[in-house]
Design a protein around this ligand. Structure first.
Ligand SMILES: Cc1ncc(C[n+]2csc(CCOP(=O)(O)OP(=O)(O)O)c2C)c(N)n1
Ligand SMILES: [Mg+2]
Length: 362
């Protein structure tokens, strides 16, 4: 698109955005684009992680409805974006999430019971995320991005062989923090991979009402940052785009827009039937990220109903055991008074004493 300024004297810049899909809705793979390291074993592993993420998600939602978990942002429909990118990360890479990338944590090795402790509303669940190379989940939209760029800058400064992988929603790309991050990352060539998890909605605001940009990826171009748009429901394409960006991170940042769909509500505090049509949701169902991998594996005789049943049983047990452990967790009431002030004001000390002496926590 060009601004109308009469006769064009000379063109000073031109750009385009590539789109990557490797595994289509019918389970067909473009063999030429399939990364060599993604053998059958690795694809099955990604499939299992996606199914575990979905099982964990469904459990959390039902716990929230029973009053056993706090407000929760589901990930269903976005498994390929989360698991594909997480599986491309190396142990020494670092992950900076929003409030929705629960699936990435599982791949990074956060114990499942920790996830459910967090889902119950206790920060202990994400208090030691540095052990899995991550920051805790955060809710203020896009504020994680400058932090991620700063961490990436530190990694470059210390000459660490490590990339920082951060996430933002489609709505989050409208925030000033997003543009400032792009500018900083491009200028200082920090090892940052910024993944836009474009699930088409920012609560009740559709993608088209958020930006006139044809793609969200192209927002990177003005900051001199390479970008790509990917089928975010294709776990193989997301894996490849992320792995490529990580291997290029020592030269600078990349922005990856993953085009996916939020199949459920924004959070448990939201009712999407008030603002979006059932037909839109139905239209995305055939593009399901899990279904297409199952089609691919079935066709290659790598999967069948009995393996599926076995996996589902295992996932139910993993999730149920983790929930039991999380529900047995008792919070130390002191924890909520820590890390607030550098010294404890008298009024807070009184509240702490009262909290500790009450029976509420037993
Ligand atoms: C700075 C800020 N503004 C507003 C909100 C309220 N809020 C929470 S999530 C959200 C929408 C985010 O949409 P998107 O970035 O697309 O991410 P998604 O929820 O779809 O994953 C908003 C407006 C907030 N948490 N922080
Ligand atoms: Mg969104």
């Amino acid at each position: 698109m060009k601004a109308d300024c009469g006769s064009l004297i000379k063109k000073v810049y031109e750009a385009s955005v590539n789109y990557l899909q490797i595994l289509d809705e019918n389970g067909n793979v473009d063999a030429q684009l399939l990364p060599k390291e993604l053998d059958d074993r690795k694809i099955i592993e990604m499939y299992k992680f996606m199914c575990l993420a979905r099982a964990m998600d469904a459990k959390t939602l039902s716990m929230q409805r029973q009053g056993r978990a706090v407000t929760y942002g589901p990930l269903v429909g976005e498994e390929a974006t989360q698991i594909g990118s997480a599986c491309a990360m190396r142990k020494n890479d670092f992950f900076v999430p929003t409030f929705r990338q629960h699936g990435v944590y599982i791949v990074r090795g956060l114990p499942l019971d920790k996830f459910f402790i967090y889902a119950r509303g206790f920060e202990d669940g994400v208090s030691k995320t540095e052990n899995v190379g991550a920051t805790p989940e955060i809710v203020p939209v896009s504020t994680q991005l400058p932090h991620a760029a700063g961490i990436a800058y530190a990694k470059k400064f210390k000459k660490e062989d490590s990339a920082v992988i951060t996430y933002v929603g489609d709505g989050g790309t409208s925030e000033g923090d997003f543009y400032e991050t792009i500018n900083f990352a491009g200028l200082f060539k920090v090892p940052l991979v910024l993944i836009i998890e474009n699930n088409q909605w920012a609560i009740s605001v559709p993608r088209k009402r958020q930006s006139a940009a044809e793609t969200l990826a192209q927002k990177a171009i003005a900051g001199g940052v390479p970008c790509i748009q990917v089928d975010g429901n294709d776990v193989i394409a997301v894996y490849k785009a992320t792995a490529d960006a990580i291997s290029n991170a020592r030269n600078g940042p990349t922005v990856i827009e993953c085009v996916t769909y939020r199949m459920s509500m924004h959070t448990t505090a939201d009712d999407p039937t008030k603002y979006r049509s059932d037909s839109e949701v139905e239209a995305w169902k055939p593009k399901d990220p899990i279904l297409r991998v199952r089609k691919y594996l079935n066709r290659k005789n790598l999967w069948n109903d009995s393996l599926e049943q076995q996996m589902n049983d295992q996932n139910s047990k993993l999730v149920d055991d983790a929930v039991a452990k999380a529900e047995a967790f008792r919070m130390d009431p002191k924890a909520m008074f820590e890390n607030v002030y550098s010294f404890m004001p008298d009024v807070l000390k009184e509240e702490e004493d009262e909290a500790i002496s009450s029976n509420f926590w037993q």
